[in-house]
Design a protein around this ligand. Structure first.
Ligand SMILES: [Zn+2]
Ligand SMILES: [Zn+2]
Length: 402
């Protein structure tokens, strides 16, 4: 090959790399077992999750995230990692009775599609004598299972182990399972349940700090956090149990943070458990071939055509932030525009009725700030919609507390 040809190929390769989406290299998934939404992001004061509240200001929350099928752990946890409400079958593994999934898991999709060895893919959880297993699917199966790290007893033990794995093994995909909130909930002691949520909140923030403190992971890692189910709401038996179709059991949290995830986004799109792993597969660039979920496009940084883009661009146009939120009396809405345009900023109530219009006129490019004064409104949820024809159409949920 001549030098000129070689240069030509190199140029082509560089051009290809330039147009290919650049996804995060690493993904860390977290399951907090059995935290009810009313004690996590459903609580407008976020009293028990101060750390995750802070992460949410730099990340995205899906406010309408649901377990839409089985609200118990043995079916919902596998559904989280399969991206699918998979059937399960009984089996014996290492002389213990357990179950395996019929659908392949994200571990299998990841290792199959990337040829990653087992130490690139970790499942970190407390010591369990019988692990729920991924699939024996003919195209995937045990050759593509994760490395199980099942040691310790408490969420704090699991946190330590997860941080050790990050530092020592540097896996590209890790799933961390925190079990203590569910156990504390079943005890029926409210203070224990709340304390377990606060510990899990701490664990999530420590995990994120460990990611961002590590050269290998900093700024190229997405962390996503969810629950397998909630707990009964007070009309259906209260926090000590779960397992039916009440809203308390179904409504759960979804938090994502990382390089191509929107910041300060509270999405109100209806999403369900299978969408969690499917979105993580999208970030990893692998194909969840047998999964039933959908990609949660709305949590990714959006460009002007509404298509997700790979990373936040400095000249990006559609950006609406509300701070503080929740707020008392008034809050500040900032809008960033790439080009001048006609900005309409409307506030709606939960019934979709227009409450007030904050802006309806031409604005110049750059950062624009507005004050939403709500002194005369009653406490509750409102929606701020920002539209600029051809440029911007975003909704932010805001919580007013007098
Ligand atoms: Zn559970
Ligand atoms: Zn229930």
């Amino acid at each position: 090959m001549t030098n000129r040809m070689a240069a030509g190929y190199l140029l082509m390769l560089l051009l290809l790399l330039a147009v290919m989406p650049v996804y995060a290299e690493n993904v860390v998934l977290v399951i907090i077992d059995g935290a009810r939404y009313s004690e996590t992001f459903g609580d407008p004061t976020r009293a028990h999750i101060p750390e995750m509240e802070e992460l949410a200001e730099r990340g995205a929350i899906v406010d309408e995230f649901y377990n839409d099928e089985y609200t118990w752990t043995s079916r919902a946890v596998p559904a989280i990692w399969c991206g699918d409400w998979t059937d399960v079958r009984d089996t014996t593994y290492q002389s213990q009775n357990t179950q395996y999934t019929l659908s392949p898991s994200i571990f299998e999709y990841f290792r199959h599609d990337t040829n990653a060895p087992a130490d690139e893919c970790y499942y970190v959880l407390k010591s369990l004598s019988s692990l729920w297993l991924p699939s024996f699917h003919p195209e995937y199966g045990p050759d593509y299972w994760p490395t199980f790290y099942s040691e310790g007893w408490t969420d704090l033990d699991v946190l330590d182990n997860a941080i050790d794995v990050l530092h020592d093994e540097q896996p590209q995909l890790m799933l961390v399972y925190f079990a203590d909130v569910d156990h504390a909930g079943h005890s029926g002691v409210w203070n224990d349940y709340i304390a377990a949520i606060e510990t899990a909140d701490y664990c999530v923030s420590q995990l994120w700090n460990a990611i961002q403190a590590d050269d290998h992971y900093r700024d190229n890692t997405v962390m996503m956090v969810t629950n397998d189910h909630g707990r009964h709401d007070d009309q259906h038996g209260g926090f000590s149990g779960h397992g039916d179709g009440c809203d308390g059991c179904r409504h759960i949290m979804m938090l994502a943070i990382g390089p191509e995830i929107e910041s300060e986004l509270i999405s109100t799109e209806y999403r369900t458990i299978p969408d969690f792993a499917v979105t993580a597969c999208e970030i990893l660039g692998v194909d969840p071939a047998y999964a039933g979920g959908e990609v949660m496009d709305e949590i990714f940084v959006q460009n002007t055509t509404g298509e997700p883009v790979a990373s936040p661009l400095p000249d990006q146009s559609s950006l609406v932030n509300v701070y503080p939120n929740p707020f008392n009396a008034s809050t500040r809405i900032s809008v960033t525009l790439k080009q001048p345009g006609h900005l309409r900023l409307d506030v709606f109530n939960l019934n979709g009725e227009l409450i007030t219009t904050i802006s309806d006129g031409s604005v110049s490019a750059g950062d624009q700030a507005f004050t939403f004064s709500a002194v005369e409104l009653t406490s509750g949820l409102y929606f701020v919609r920002a539209t600029v024809p051809g440029q911007l159409n975003e909704v932010r949920k805001v919580m007013l507390i007098h």
